[in-house]
Design a protein around this ligand. Structure first.
Ligand code: XUL
Ligand code: CO
Length: 445
């Protein structure tokens, strides 16, 4: 039976109230029906709440236990009754926040059973429960994923495990969750490989592990086509944590891996802000690189903390940073199957139940305001015009000869000698361009 307790009494639904609103539980920028760059804001941003940090995580860290007020995680309940209660809380939250999507791992929504068969049966029952909630609330699934990192069997990796029986187990689990995602009408399926890497090279065969990972992805892609899943398969790059080194390090590494193994066009990336920081990149860099290499799919919008070097998964608050990210996405034509998942968690001291709303309301408004600034920047054409002018030489005869392959190294040697070529540097105008971006961020209403 579906739990009918109201967990967030007196809150929501969160409504648009305009930039002058001082009520912290209203949207000042997110106006779902407002058309921006040709689409409703809701359809342009495709925002999702993640199940795990918001409804599963109790506020524990490696030094301490849970701190958060999470009455849906009532101890002592039978595991499936507890799962139903947690799901009722989650869907109440999604509907009250009024964002269109959510994301989940199999283990977030259904407890593992004693056998693989029991785990599958429990997941199927909770998928049915979720479909009921989705039909009633209109909330949709941005992506599903399998947890291939918590169970001890995956300590040495799932696809990249030295034991093929573990590979088989991971394949069986992904097969089941991919089919569940399909049944729920999910727009994407994500693979995050936290354990696909190594802790020491002393016991690791890099050649074998790369071949195993490629084989695994081919199996997933084949199965996607077999069952008629129309969504995208996405890899979520991260350089480290929990593995010391993770194979899907960043967007460029994944693009190279896909090309090496004939997976181009079949697998895209889900890029996370905090993972970019951990890789020594900006979020902007990761998105621009994925667009440039043809692997862009979706994003997990969160941020790290410059004072520490781990995945803090904080709510996004920088309009400027998100403007640059959304500018690249809009310039590429906007999201197709992808969207914005808030893979965000509260601070451990944010113990009040409504802190979950404050975190998300701020994140939604940050993305909405960034969308307005990105659209204004794109519409002005200023950055694109500057880039076109900067590379104009490449459309002239010399550039065309070089890129067309008709000029040899020796030809260019002769050309520089004969014509005494002596190019003068042009200003890169970085400061002017940074100020231009800021003007769009400041003025957008
Ligand atoms: C871990 C992470 C995951 C993925 C889904 O850093 O980001 O939550 O988003 O497995
Ligand atoms: Co993530």
């Amino acid at each position: 039976m579906t739990d009918t307790t109201e967990f967030f009494e007196g809150i929501g639904p969160i409504r648009y109230a305009g930039p002058a609103s001082d009520d912290p539980l209203t949207y000042r920028w997110y106006d779902a029906d407002r058309v921006v760059a040709g689409r409703r804001m809701e359809d342009q941003l495709r925002m999702a709440v993640c199940y795990w940090h918001s409804f599963v995580w109790p506020g524990s860290d490696i030094f301490g236990e849970g701190t958060l007020d999470r009455p849906w995680n009532a101890p002592g309940l039978e595991p499936m009754a507890a799962a139903r209660r947690k799901m009722a809380a989650a869907f109440e939250f999604f509907a009250k926040l009024a964002t269109p999507f959510f994301c989940f791992h199999d283990r977030d929504i259904a407890p593992a059973g004693d056998t693989f068969a029991e785990s599958c049966a429990r997941l199927d029952a909770m998928v049915d429960e979720a479909i009921g909630h989705m039909e009633r609330s209109g909330v949709r699934l941005l992506w599903g994923t399998a947890n291939l990192f918590s169970h001890p069997r995956y300590a040495a990796g799932s696809a990249t495990n030295p034991d093929p029986e573990v590979f088989a187990h991971a394949a069986a689990q992904v097969c089941h969750v991919l089919e569940a995602t399909h049944r729920m009408g999910g727009a994407n399926y994500v693979l995050w490989g936290g354990r696909e890497g190594y802790d020491t090279l002393l016991n690791t065969d890099l050649v074998r592990e790369e071949a195993q990972l490629a084989r695994f992805l081919h199996l997933v892609v084949e199965h996607k086509h077999r069952i008629g899943f129309a969504g995208s398969i996405l890899i979520e790059p991260k350089p480290a944590e929990p593995a010391k080194h993770q194979y899907d390090h960043d967007a460029a590494t994944v693009a190279g891996f896909l090309a090496r193994h004939g997976l181009e066009g079949e697998v895209l990336v889900n890029l996370e802000g905090n993972h970019a920081t951990l890789a020594g990149h900006s979020f902007h860099h990761e998105v621009a690189t994925a667009v440039a290499t043809g692997v862009f799919g979706s994003i997990d919008a969160n941020r790290g903390d410059p004072q520490n070097g781990w995945d803090t998964d904080q709510f996004p608050t920088s309009v400027e940073e998100c403007t640059l990210v959304l500018y690249e996405i809009l310039a590429d034509g906007g999201f197709t199957t992808g969207g914005i998942n808030f893979d965000t968690k509260l601070r451990r001291q944010s113990v009040a139940r409504d802190d979950l709303f404050h975190g998300h309301v701020g994140a939604v408004d940050t993305m909405a305001r960034a969308l307005l600034a990105a659209a204004s920047l794109l519409e002005s054409g200023a950055l694109a015009d500057r880039k076109t002018a900067r590379y104009a030489g490449w459309d002239e005869p010399l550039g065309a000869r070089i890129l067309g392959g008709s000029a040899t190294l020796a030809d260019l040697h002769r050309l520089v000698l004969d014509e005494e070529l002596d190019p003068t540097p042009d200003s890169g105008r970085q400061e002017l361009l940074e100020n231009l971006v800021n003007r769009h961020v400041e003025r957008t209403r």
